[in-house]
Design a protein around this ligand. Structure first.
Ligand SMILES: *[C@@H]1O[C@H](CO)[C@@H](O)[C@H](O)[C@H]1NC(C)=O
Ligand SMILES: *[C@@H]1O[C@H](CO)[C@@H](O)[C@H](O)[C@H]1NC(C)=O
Ligand SMILES: *[C@@H]1O[C@H](CO)[C@@H](O)[C@H](O)[C@H]1NC(C)=O
Ligand SMILES: *[C@@H]1O[C@H](CO)[C@@H](O)[C@H](O)[C@H]1NC(C)=O
Length: 206
């Protein structure tokens, strides 16, 4: 879309957004007399329970003797009222007071993840397994996206952490690989201790 077409869309979007923004309102006492104290209230009402800070100013002076209250009116209207007391002087006559509302809203926290090549961690160089028992490779890897780790020897492929029954023919050197968009690998040497008599006899260490 060309910019001159986009601009009116943005402007109307912006003004409709502004129209939904709540505006604080100032209230004076009905009759104000010189040398008396008078209360000035700034009232901020909104359909959302947002935390708001109100500030009442006259020219460049911010009123100091104030207290702020928060509560709910009927129909889910939340209000914050700030009431300041001032001693009235004749100089205040026909001058403007203003109320500024500062409020903040915040999103849910959202974590950022940066693509990171895999690095194999906690992967022992050597494993000793007992024949007939259930064993698994323990080769953790860091990286993002979380890498998959497998250990391979010839045609046999084992998923890291997955238990499998141990046979004596599993003895050998395995290449453990962590893969996401990149890869890292490490050789793990596996020895299987034979418990049961076989061709090689009992107690043979392969
Ligand atoms: C807050 O101020 C508004 C406007 O002056 C008033 O109607 C309302 O009663 C006030 N609420 C409280 C709790 O003082
Ligand atoms: C506040 O305004 C008055 C009158 O406009 C001026 O004389 C004074 O210097 C101002 N004070 C500050 C701190 O800006
Ligand atoms: C290893 O030995 C087991 C049991 O004898 C057998 O089932 C399996 O096929 C053998 N695996 C390989 C890769 O030779
Ligand atoms: C693993 O490889 C090393 C180095 O090549 C070799 O010395 C060792 O005997 C191998 N281990 C097994 C169980 O085959």
């Amino acid at each position: 879309m060309k910019l001159h077409l986009l601009l009116p869309v943005l402007t109307s979007l912006f003004s409709s957004l502004l129209a939904t923004l709540p505006i604080p309102e100032l209230h004076f006492e009905e009759k104000i007399f010189e040398d008396d104290n008078t209360d000035i209230t700034c009232s901020f009402r909104y359909t959302e329970n947002v935390e708001v800070n109100l500030e009442i100013t006259q020219g460049n002076i911010t009123l100091k003797d104030c207290n702020q209250k928060r509560g709910t009116q009927t129909n889910n209207v939340f209000y914050t009222n700030r009431t300041c007391t001032v001693e009235v002087t004749m100089e205040m006559d026909n001058t403007d007071f203003l109320c500024d509302a500062y409020f903040k809203t915040e999103s849910e926290p959202k974590k950022m993840y940066v693509q990171r090549e895999p690095t194999i961690t906690d992967c022992p160089n050597k494993l000793v397994w007992v024949e007939g028992e259930e064993n698994s490779f323990h080769c953790k890897a860091t990286g993002y996206p979380v890498p998959t780790v497998t250990c391979k020897k010839d045609q046999a492929i084992y998923q890291e952490g997955t238990k499998h029954k141990t046979w004596r023919n599993m003895t050998g050197n395995y290449t453990c690989k962590a893969i996401n968009f990149d890869s890292d690998s490490k050789i793990v040497e596996v020895f299987v201790q034979c418990k049961y008599p076989h061709i090689g006899g009992s107690g043979t260490l392969y």
